[in-house]
Design a protein around this ligand. Structure first.
Ligand SMILES: O=C(O)CCC(=O)C(=O)O
Ligand SMILES: [Mn+2]
Length: 198
């Protein structure tokens, strides 16, 4: 059993993937969900696909320190200045993990048709071994991992109030995605705190 599969099976930390399903209790997670939906300055980004501009299937927002510039899926992102709820959540992750973040990519999946395709967060600006803390609030969604060489697949249901950490060689060896679902689903907010290396 790979380290990553062990981490998922045991639902605690092992290797490059660490997972705390109940990092926040449900009532607090519900309240953070509402606050993020209402307070984050969401936008509908567009990307070029097969020569045509299309909406990406979710809303997004990028917040961070002034100098934390980032390009994500070919989209140059200028950070918005930090907002209170995001700063609180960042501080709580930093305290738990003993690691500092200077930016966050916020994703709002409005329903089951919103998704994120297969990718690795392996942009140069994240350094050799990106350390990413991912908070989930709202609808439970399936998070999939696929090994780049062997094709091995691992899935976990990201709970509301959960904290997932991706670190070490995870981005070098694996891709991840958040697939659409056929079932009607409510909204989910995901925050991935990152450290942009200057
Ligand atoms: O929504 C998620 O859990 C994944 C988000 C993600 O992979 C990203 O922001 O790079
Ligand atoms: Mn990602």
């Amino acid at each position: 059993m790979s380290v990553i599969r062990a981490a998922v099976a045991q639902q605690y930390c092992a290797g490059d993937l660490l997972y705390w399903p109940g990092f926040y209790p449900q009532l607090l997670a519900d309240s953070y969900y509402q606050r993020c939906v209402n307070e984050v300055n969401w936008s509908q980004e567009r990307i070029k696909m097969f020569g045509k501009q299309v909406n990406i299937p979710r809303l997004q927002a990028w917040y961070g320190d002034e100098d934390a510039h980032y390009t994500y899926s070919g989209l140059p992102m200028r950070p918005q200045p930090w907002q209170n709820t995001l700063l609180t959540l960042k501080a709580e992750c930093e305290l738990k993990l003993g690691y500092q973040f200077n930016s966050v990519l916020a994703n709002y999946y409005r329903n089951n048709n919103d998704s994120m395709g297969w990718h690795s967060d392996n942009e140069k600006q994240l350094g050799e071994q990106p350390f990413i803390a991912s908070l989930s609030f709202g609808q439970v969604r399936r998070f999939c991992l696929r090994h780049k060489k062997s094709g091995e697949k691992v899935e976990l249901n990201l709970q509301s109030g959960s904290l997932l950490v991706m670190q070490g060689d995870l981005q070098s060896n694996w891709q991840h995605s958040l697939p659409k679902s056929k079932k009607n689903l409510l909204g989910r907010v995901n925050l991935t705190f990152r450290q942009i290396v200057k």
